[in-house]
Design a protein around this ligand. Structure first.
Ligand code: SPV
Ligand code: MG
Length: 291
């Protein structure tokens, strides 16, 4: 099965599936090796890894360059966090074209205005696109895709923007009718109550994706009971690497020595393995002149 069909299956199947965050090729390899069936190319994580904010400071072609390395290095599908689609319907459909050319299986777009800001920034106003404009964007993306299984997920930010459940449901329904393959309902509450209320009203009419970053203490069995189709663990490789890098940098700075850290960091051999050095060595045997 090709990558688009694999991702489509994951998102529409009634079995709860999981996408794990990666922000570069190395983290993408690690996600695949852990056993995940799909990768979430997180906007927050990719921008943070480049030292900038999650406010479209990374250009969309720079995002595509990162994705190309991620896709080349892995065999599982990638769902891009495509923010708002980087412009209007025209920019969004060109994005789909370029993603398909690079072997990316799908994209999630959110109904905010460009430039977006991260949904969890305290006190930040989150101006939304109109339902009509965002629905047109989804239609243009779905009309433009060449591979029928390329996935477009429509992310509803009404709850993040404080517009209430009715507005969230109205938007989700409009995006379903516009042709989105799934809706992502986002919540910044620390409990699962908004997701529960949404799922109850939604009544299984179309696949639903969630991002439980803030309601992380909810057991996964609850998501299953609610009929959620896919869960995105959105930023945990970035956060794990930040914690590990801060710890080791500070320790080496303090101790001016590697003695205490060697056993706590990945061995060099492990880095070579992740880079598939063996393959290059075998190819050198085969192709370089002997002697
Ligand atoms: C991301 O990972 O960039 C997301 C998810 O958009 S969140 O940060 O949870 O809004
Ligand atoms: Mg994002």
């Amino acid at each position: 099965m090709n990558k688009t069909s694999q991702l489509k299956q994951s998102i529409v199947s009634n079995r709860l599936e999981f996408l794990m965050e990666a922000h570069d090729a190395l983290s993408a390899i690690i996600v695949e090796e852990a056993g995940f069936k799909g990768i979430w190319a997180s906007g927050l994580s990719m921008s943070a890894a480049m030292g900038v904010r999650d406010n479209n400071e990374v250009s969309w072609t720079q995002v595509i360059d990162i994705l190309e390395f991620m896709s080349d290095a892995t065999s599982i599908p990638i769902l891009l966090d495509g923010d708002t689609g980087y412009g209007n319907f025209n920019n969004a459909r060109r994005l789909v074209k370029k993603l398909e050319q690079r072997g990316i299986a799908g994209v999630c777009i959110e109904d905010k205005q460009f430039p977006k800001s991260n949904s969890f920034i305290e006190g930040k106003a989150q101006p939304l696109a109109s339902i009509e404009e965002f629905s047109g964007k989804i239609k243009a993306m779905k009309d433009g895709q060449q591979d029928e299984d390329f996935v477009v997920v429509a992310r509803v930010e009404a709850l993040i923007a404080g517009l209430g459940m009715e507005e969230a449901l109205r938007r989700a329904e409009a995006y379903r009718l516009a042709g989105a393959d799934a809706v992502l309902i986002h919540s910044k509450k620390s409990d699962v109550s908004e997701i529960e209320a949404f799922m109850k009203e939604w009544g299984g009419r179309h696949p639903v994706v969630i991002v439980p970053t803030k309601y992380y203490s909810t057991p996964t069995s609850r998501f299953r009971e609610l009929g959620v189709n896919a869960v995105i663990w959105a930023n945990h490789n970035l956060r794990a690497s930040v914690a590990a890098m801060q710890e080791v940098s500070q320790r080496i700075f303090r101790e001016q020595s590697l003695i205490s850290v060697e056993d706590d960091v990945a061995a060099l051999e492990e880095i070579f393995r992740l880079q598939k050095m063996e393959e290059l060595q075998a190819a050198e045997e085969r192709y370089l002149p002997k002697g």
